[in-house]
Design a protein around this ligand. Structure first.
Ligand code: HQG
Length: 194
């Protein structure tokens, strides 16, 4: 490494790229195209201007090894697969098989969620997990004692709501109405309905 050259750890780089590609591309002087992509070359140049040196191979490895499928590379460009607060058009095929999904959250959100459903809040999509365990992991980001909700995806479809698979561990929808949500049964949390 040359003098003055800064290196990211893999987790830090993933977090920083998530910030840039989901929320704030302008902090690197970048702009997302309408599908959320930026040219990898531009990203590498922009990082270099900030003193962070990264080559294309390192970017590929990061994307390849990411355990949640956070990023996608296509035609020399990179984008985040989910998590955006910037509205981008991502044409995922509709997920038509999955019947149940999960969502992990903090106990303090439960009364409102059971009343009005899941909303995207500060993001473009509501995010859901394929398993109880994965949802628990998501919920642990917010609370030591997260609650896992079970989502009736079949019922969502009957109501005309679509679900998309952004990665093997993340599913998306515009909203989840309260009648499709219940606290995952038998897992030790019985909230009062608001
Ligand atoms: C809650 C991370 C009150 C919702 C994660 C959540 C995920 C409501 C919070 C991905 C509500 C939003 C996304 C309502 C939703 N009333 N609270 N009506 N509707 N909420 O971070 O799903 O590691 O935007 O329950 O692991 O926690 O960054 O969403 O607690 O996969 O790749 O509002 O981001 O992935 O929080 O997380 P977030 P999320 P990465």
């Amino acid at each position: 490494m040359n003098k003055g050259e800064k290196k990211f750890s893999r987790v830090k780089l993933s977090k920083f790229l998530s910030l840039v590609l989901r929320h704030k591309p302008w902090i690197l002087g970048l702009e997302l195209d309408e599908e959320g992509f930026v040219p990898i070359e531009d990203l590498i140049e922009a990082l270099k201007r900030k003193g962070f040196f990264l080559d294309e191979k390192e970017v590929f490895l990061l994307v390849e090894r990411d355990e949640k499928g956070r990023f996608e590379i296509s035609g020399g460009k990179i984008r985040a697969r989910y998590g955006h607060s910037i509205p981008v058009r991502i044409d995922y095929p509709e997920e038509k098989k999955v019947r149940v999904l999960y969502h992990g959250t903090s106990p303090r959100n439960i009364p409102r969620i059971l009343k009005e459903g899941l909303k995207p809040m500060n993001r473009v999509w509501v995010h859901m997990s394929p398993s109880f365990e994965e949802a628990l992991r998501v919920g642990l980001r917010r609370s030591k004692n997260p609650v896992v909700l079970e989502i009736d995806v079949e019922k969502m479809r009957k109501l005309g709501l679509k679900v998309y698979r952004a990665s093997p561990k993340v599913f998306l929808s515009k909203e989840v109405p309260p009648e499709c949500i219940r606290v995952a049964p038998g897992r030790g949390f019985e909230p009062r309905r608001a």
